[in-house]
Design a binder for this molecule. Sequence first.
Ligand code: ADP
Ligand code: ZN
Length: 311
Amino acid sequence: LPVLALDVGGTKLAAGVVSADGSLHSFRSTETHVADGPATVIERLVDLARKALAEAGQPELAAVGIGCGGPLDPLNGVILGPPGLPGWDEVPLGSLVHAQFGVPTYVQNDATAAALGEHRWGGWDVRNLVYLTVSTGFGGGVVADGKLFTGSANQGGELGHVVVDWQGRYCGCGARGCAEAYVSGTSIAKRAVEALSGRPDSTLASLPVVTAKDVAEHARSGDSLAREIWDETVAMLGRMVAVIINICEPELVVLGGGVTRAGSYLLDPVREAALRQAMPPAAKACDVVLSHHGDAVGVFGAAAIAYHQLE
Ligand code: ADP
Ligand code: ZN
């Protein structure tokens, strides 16, 4: 039987029906509108899920898998106040969704889930893989020797909060200098807006709201402020990927999430910096790539978590 796979992000929600061989029978996504709060967003998610089920012909389901920004408690399916989902404190997402669909429902950190999804269905055929999501937030997951790494409290592999500058910017988690405070879509936009106050000449100054997408696009069109922010972002990410390569020695680092829609404009400098700065033997054994799953990467991750739990 297929599973219903749900992806809860700070910017978008996605739902799909996936079978065990990794075929995607339906895919829907919509904006999260995170300011509406958890109750309304979960209603929207359930509605989206029903549309995805209808599109797939209302199949009987083996389970529901959900990927959501952490921190969260995967054993009980409770969301524990992720920086990208303000107000989601102690939200029992797993049981709320279970009440709607009546089949076993599993919740996992979205990036951890996506690491498993990429390992199973990414088309890579490797035993050691690190997945990094550069989306509204920034996070990661690790598959080591073919197995998902979860740690002793099921929150391990939280790569978004690796510190890249111990006296640096405050992160949504309360610590200083986490990678997430530089590399997430939210922080890319925030850093650009801060820099704008002294630079009214930037083409970003004419926008009512600045997003990471705008920063990428304006950087490409030659705006110097946007270029500085983008260059700093890819340099930080590249340096961090080098550290991860040294720690995990994976065959593959896979990048996904909305900010990677910038394509080779993001991948090329990150890959070059990471493979240049990692220890040579580890770098030689590794490559840095973009997920082939695009916007559905979180849905494949959530599906992989469901099948993983059913096995
Ligand atoms: P979620 O975090 O909800 O899963 P996404 O993975 O789509 O959502 O990530 C949203 C982020 O991706 C936003 O910060 C947005 O500005 C950024 N983004 C979207 N398109 C692009 C693009 N072409 N280039 C750079 N950033 C982008
Ligand atoms: Zn942090």
